[in-house]
Design a binder for this molecule. Structure first.
Ligand code: PRX
Length: 574
């Protein structure tokens, strides 16, 4: 069995020197990363073993794995504690006939039980599906239905959003903080855990067996279930070393919720594969609370997102006064373009360069990054990791020279690349329409030092506060409102949130366009889908621009909004 931290890991770029990077790229072999895992010899793998049990077996069971706090709880768990809790939950699931390949979803706010259950699901070879706590009825139902989830871990507070009558596959609901009620079909999490054995026979898996699903949005259709397999751990481990720069004594804090991919790949897998202490802070964002979290836990590595950094910046210098942030050694960002002003704010007030990283739900892990020690060009996403080849392609798949804007594409495959889109091979294939490449849907250019610069999305996907929203899902909800005849949704540029959701709506006959109606419609989306999917702005129009085949032309709506020329209108209806 290998060491968690081998002395030299391939792909580590030691300095800002360009030749050092070139050499790391030339010498890199994924196989050298794989040698760090026991399955390199046995061929059999399990993420929960590598992230938890292995540390116990190798004598690190007493090390702190999880530091959890919120307004009322303040708890600490070792790797041995995680092993025991996840074993119990694995046994609970088995007792109800759940096993390898079954989808088990988790719908609850961040709290230790979320982490215990997710690891327990993985231990028996089931596939975990975390859902963001803000999802409302329709969003929850769509995801549980599409995945065919057989069990759900949730809380009594969120239970009313689960339409179990409409979900025939959903056989078991475990309630964290609730009690068993056989008639209702609910099982009390605490009771079940207490009755289960703490010894478990692990389900050994193959590298291509399932790990996790995250639903994410495209510009058309309902959210897609992005399905990842065990193999992803190679890259979660590797990027933890070379990008997050995790070292054995680090206290690491990823601010993302496990309902999104950052909160699992980098809020669970990467830190625990690397055996470091993982901080989880429950409750809502506030600048004071966040700074105190860093100070109190002596966080050394902090991974967050541009909207959060902009909000912290907006709270001003006074919010940092009297707080000791000197424990920080490395700060990173993901999810949206990181403005150069924010990088400069970090330089000045955190005494840290904020390192941007680029990746997507579909890519499973970081691909283009600023590494520790590297020369950062504020505004650039950085360079491809050793082991990853990125390029800018035109629409026909030709590689474009530096400074040409085009499709950001990645050479296939890489270890954490999605394995499929659940129930939707056609969608999956669209990403790989150019042989040998994954098409990200982002547009970017590369400079002559090989740094990549994000330009925007090629499709209509909206990125608001780092959350990816599909206009179609919002439009579908909007037209369910009795007053709405048609709706088109776009992202409108916003200084803090990157983009906000704006809806253009034409009303049915008999409805008057009033401010009260706008509020009512926004509240309707909020109650049905989720707060982050609700339009912050609504504009009523007599008619929306449509193609002859009846598709709303979001591109024209966007041009209206930004006062830009509307471009080619030859396909417009009239
Ligand atoms: O448009 C890019 C943007 O977020 C998209 C991926 O969103 P999601 O799947 O929700 O994953 C977010 C966290 C991994 C990308 O297609 N994006 C992500 N990182 C950056 C970014 N845009 C600019 N700069 C980044 N560093």
């Amino acid at each position: 069995m290998g060491q968690v931290h081998s002395e030299i890991l391939p792909g580590r770029v030691q300095s800002s020197n360009m030749s050092d990077y070139t050499q790391a790229v030339a010498n890199f072999k994924w196989e050298d990363v794989e040698r760090n895992f026991s399955w390199y010899d046995t061929g059999k793998v399990n993420m929960a073993h590598e992230a938890v049990d292995r540390h116990v077996q190798e004598g690190r069971g007493a090390a702190t794995a999880l530091l959890y706090s919120d307004a009322v709880r303040d708890e600490s768990y070792t790797f041995a504690d995680l092993q025991e809790r996840s074993n119990r939950f694995g046994n609970v699931l088995r007792k109800y006939g759940i096993g390898k390949g079954d989808r088990v979803f988790i719908f609850m706010p961040r709290q230790p039980e979320l982490y215990f259950s997710l690891l327990g699901i993985l231990k028996i070879g089931a596939i975990a599906g975390p859902l963001f706590e803000a999802f409302m009825e329709t969003a929850v139902k769509d995801r549980l239905e599409d995945s065919g989830a057989v069990a759900l871990v949730t809380t009594p507070e969120l239970l009313h959003r689960v339409k179990r009558d409409e979900l025939p596959n959903l056989r078991h609901i475990f309630l964290v903080g609730g009690t068993t009620d056989i008639e209702q079909g609910n099982l009390g999490f605490t009771e079940e855990m207490a009755n289960a054995s703490s010894e478990l026979e692990l389900e050994w898996l193959d590298l291509d067996d399932g790990l996790i699903m995250h639903y994410t949005s495209g510009s058309t259709g309902k959210p897609k279930g992005v399905y990842h397999v065990q193999r992803a751990m190679i890259q979660h481990y590797y990027t933890g070393r070379v990008v997050l720069d995790l070292r054995p004594d680090d206290i690491y804090w990823c601010t993302a919720d496990p309902g999104w991919v950052t909160g699992t790949s980098y809020g669970i897998f990467s830190p625990w594969l690397n055996g470091v202490t993982n901080v989880v802070r429950g409750g809502r964002f506030s600048p004071q609370d966040w700074y105190k979290t860093i100070e109190r836990n002596k966080v050394s590595i902090w991974y967050s997102a541009p909207t959060a950094f902009r909000m912290l910046m907006g709270a001003g210098e006074s919010s940092i006064q009297g707080i000791d942030l000197s424990s920080l050694r490395h700060v990173l960002s993901v999810g949206e373009p990181l403005n150069p002003e924010v990088v400069r704010w970090g330089d000045k007030f955190y005494n840290q360069r904020i390192h941007d990283t680029w990746w997507m739900t579909e890519t499973g892990a970081q691909l283009i990054c600023n590494y520790p020690g590297m020369d950062i060009k504020p505004g650039s996403m950085g360079r491809p990791l050793p082991g990853i080849e990125a390029a800018i392609l035109d629409d026909r798949g030709n590689v474009l020279p530096p400074f040409s804007m085009g499709n950001l594409a990645i050479r296939t495959p890489w270890p954490s690349m999605m394995n499929s889109i659940w129930n939707n091979p056609t969608k999956y294939e669209e990403y790989f329409r150019i042989p040998g490449w994954y098409m990200s849907g982002d547009s970017a250019y590369m400079d002559d030092d090989g740094y990549f610069w994000f330009q925007g999305r090629i499709d209509d996907v909206i990125n608001s506060s780092g959350e990816r929203i599909g206009p179609f899902e919002v439009e579908s909800k909007l037209v369910e409102h009795p007053a709405v005849a048609e709706a088109g949704v776009i992202g409108k540029p916003d200084l803090v949130r990157g983009e906000i959701i704006k809806a253009f709506i034409s009303l049915r006959e008999g409805y008057t366009p009033t401010a009260a109606l706008k509020e009512e419609i926004a509240a309707f989306v909020k109650a049905g889908l989720s707060a982050h999917a609700a339009p912050r702005e609504i504009e009523f129009k007599d008619k929306l621009p449509k193609t002859r085949s009846g598709k709303i032309m979001r591109r024209v709506l966007k041009a209206w909004e930004l006062h830009l020329p509307t471009g080619d209108l030859s396909t417009i209806e009239d």
